[in-house]
Design a protein around this ligand. Structure first.
Ligand code: FES
Length: 128
C-alpha cells in the first residue's frame, strides 16, 4: 500500500538533456511552452522560491515572483508587452531585465536565464 503523496512538486534537478542529448547545466524544467500562450504568465516553485515565467510574443522570461517594493507576487499583476505591473501599488518592471520602470520606490527584480528545448521551458536558478 502506498500512502498519499504529500511531497511538494518541484522540478527535477538532474537528467535534463538538450536537443542533442547535451546536459543543460543548472537548468531545471519548469513548464511546457505550449501551456503558456503569448501574453500569459504563471509562477512555479524552484527550491522553495516562487519564479514567474512570462511568454512575451513567443519569448520566455523568468524573474522572481516578488515585487521589488513590498514583495507582492508579480504573477497577480498584469502583463502588457514587456511590462509587468504589480497589482498592489502599481510598480512597473521590464520582464526582460527585471528593471524598475516606474512606481513607488522599489528595487529591481532578479531575473533568471531561460532556455526552451522542444516544448519544455527550462530556468537556471542561482543555485543551479
Ligand atoms: S508591492 Fe508591488 S508596488 Fe507595492
Amino acid at each position: 500500500m502506498v500512502g498519499p503523496d504529500t511531497a511538494p512538486q518541484t522540478p527535477q534537478r538532474s537528467g535534463c538533456l538538450g536537443k542533442a542529448g547535451a546536459p543543460l547545466d543548472g537548468f531545471v524544467p519548469v513548464t511546457r511552452a505550449s501551456e503558456l500562450s503569448p501574453g500569459a504568465m504563471k509562477w512555479v516553485a524552484i527550491d522553495r522560491e516562487r519564479v514567474l515565467i512570462a511568454n512575451v510574443d513567443g519569448a520566455f522570461y523568468a524573474l522572481r515572483d516578488a515585487c521589488g517594493h513590498r514583495r507582492a507576487p508579480l504573477s497577480k499583476g498584469t502583463l502588457a508587452g514587456h511590462v509587468i505591473e504589480c497589482a498592489l501599488h502599481f510598480a512597473r518592471f521590464d520582464v526582460r531585465t527585471g528593471k524598475l520602470l516606474s512606481g513607488p520606490a522599489a528595487a529591481d527584480v532578479p531575473t533568471y536565464q531561460v532556455r526552451v528545448e522542444g516544448d519544455t521551458v527550462y530556468v537556471k536558478t542561482a543555485s543551479g
